[in-house]
Design a protein around this ligand. Structure first.
Ligand code: AMP
Ligand code: GLY
Length: 427
């Protein structure tokens, strides 16, 4: 069997997935919608409106696509896997009801409750009834407290006020903010968990799963995890904080009951499962689920995979993951994200990128770039991902920064401490 594949998305994650898929001997044609200049080198980018499922279906038919792989959460939460699945098309990515693990924090919390999966204690409030929420926060009198908009909010729906006054301000903002009002029609108030964050990823076929790696992301814009939250400024894998013992607990207490729980509830999960964790003194607890691969975590995990990614993905869509052996190499990988100065707030696009052809021995995954007449320009906040590998974490960090320094554009910014948290565990 050879496959014509449609990959949906345009970020660094999708460039990494395209890189993995393009190496497969099973691949016939790879299309990426909409893709980026990196994916254009591996397949054919196509200007498809992926929110128009009917248009996607037309494309699938016209190009004899055998398998569609969905990168980002929005189309999954909107039901693309249901729509294409109902036409008899094979989709790698969870159906809408299963994507609710990310699409609704309330759904995820209730699911974890039902299956005794460790997470922060919580209570849910309706926006029409924020007086109750205020009363609850005042009565608890325990800060910091975590306030989360129930729905997808592009990473901007979580607040961690340090005092009653700050909490009240957040509640007022959630009721009035045009961008958050809808996502916050329901509000989850959570206990603040103390510990170090890490992510563990699994690939699932509805019945079974396999753990495919762990990583630590760096979400804040500033050195030492300070400043505003971003989509992710860098990652490394494997993360030393995820010891064998932690991993065993994550699998037993979190991943296995999640996959089994979804199956028991007649809501089987097929796709990448992202478990965002807090490694607390009592053990690993779930901070959030995502119904997709992480970005930039994907960029450090896919290159570790020695097995054929397309074969593994295809096996998942046929419910045959159980028979598939997935192998990884033993290298550490570090990814540093080059962003446009000003990101995650205001930044300018269209800056010429220099030095891309000078880097050696690392992989550069594109994200917010645009190519015109063989010149690359910035075209977004997160611009490029540089990924280096080595036998040790320290070496992989060094190699990544050495090469990254060869790339430049006006007001380019990156964090210079990616991976340092991991090194501390090895001291
Ligand atoms: P989320 O979108 O749910 O991943 O939340 C964004 C970030 O907020 C996480 O990466 C954590 O750093 C932080 N966070 C969320 N929930 C909690 C919690 N219950 N305790 C401590 N930190 C949290
Ligand atoms: N790196 C965080 C995320 O993909 O949500």
């Amino acid at each position: 069997m050879s496959y014509n594949v449609l990959l949906i998305g345009s970020g660094g994650r999708e460039h990494a997935l395209a890189w993995g898929i393009a190496r497969s001997p099973l691949l016939n044609e790879l299309y990426v919608a909409p893709g980026n200049p990196g994916t254009a080198e591996l397949g054919r980018n196509t200007d498809l409106d992926v929110s128009d499922f009917e248009a996607v279906w037309q494309f699938v038919q016209k190009n004899a696509i055998d398998l569609t792989v969905v990168g980002p959460e929005q189309p999954l939460v909107d039901g693309i896997a249901n729509f294409l699945g109902a036409k008899g098309h094979r989709v790698f990515g969870p159906k809408q009801q299963a994507a609710m693990l990310e699409g609704s924090k309330e759904f995820a919390k209730e699911f974890m409750d039902r299956h005794s999966i460790p997470t922060a204690s919580y209570k849910v409030f309706d926006q029409d009834n924020f007086d109750e929420a205020k009363k609850y926060i005042t009565e608890q009198d325990n800060y910091p407290v975590v306030l989360k908009a129930d729905g997808l909010a592009g990473g901007k729906g979580v607040f961690i006020p340090e005092s009653e006054e700050e909490a009240m301000e957040v509640l007022d903002e959630l009721q009035t903010s045009s961008s958050l009002k809808e996502a916050a029609s329901r509000l989850v108030i959570e206990e603040f968990m103390v510990g170090e964050e890490a992510s563990v990823f699994a690939i699932c076929d509805g019945d079974s799963y396999q753990v495919i790696g762990n990583a630590q992301d760096h979400k804040r814009i500033g050195e030492g995890d300070t400043g505003l939250n971003t989509g992710g400024m860098g990652a490394y894998s494997p993360a030393p904080v995820v010891t064998d013992e932690v991993l065993e607990r994550v699998e037993k207490e979190i991943i296995a009951p999640t996959v089994q729980g979804m199956r028991e509830e007649d809501n089987p999960y097929c796709g990448f499962l992202y478990c965002g964790l807090m490694i607390t003194k009592e053990g690993p607890k779930v901070v959030e689920y995502n119904c997709r691969f992480g970005d930039p975590e994907c960029q450090v995990i896919i290159p570790r995979m020695k097995s054929d990614l397309l074969k593994v993905i295809a096996a998942c869509t046929e419910n045959k993951l159980g028979d598939t052996d997935i192998q990884f190499d033993n290298q550490f990988r570090t990814c540093v994200v080059l962003v446009s100065g000003g990101y995650p707030t205001e930044y300018k696009k269209g800056k010429e990128i220099h030095g891309l052809e000078d880097v050696e021995g690392v992989i550069v995954f594109h994200a917010g770039t645009r190519r015109e007449n063989n010149t690359c320009y910035t075209n977004g906040g997160r611009v490029l991902n540089v990924v280096g590998s080595a036998d040790t974490l320290g070496e992989s960090i060094k190699k990544t920064y050495e090469q990254l320094k060869k790339i430049d554009f006006d007001k380019a910014y990156y964090r210079s401490d990616i991976g340092v948290k991991g090194l501390k565990h090895l001291e």
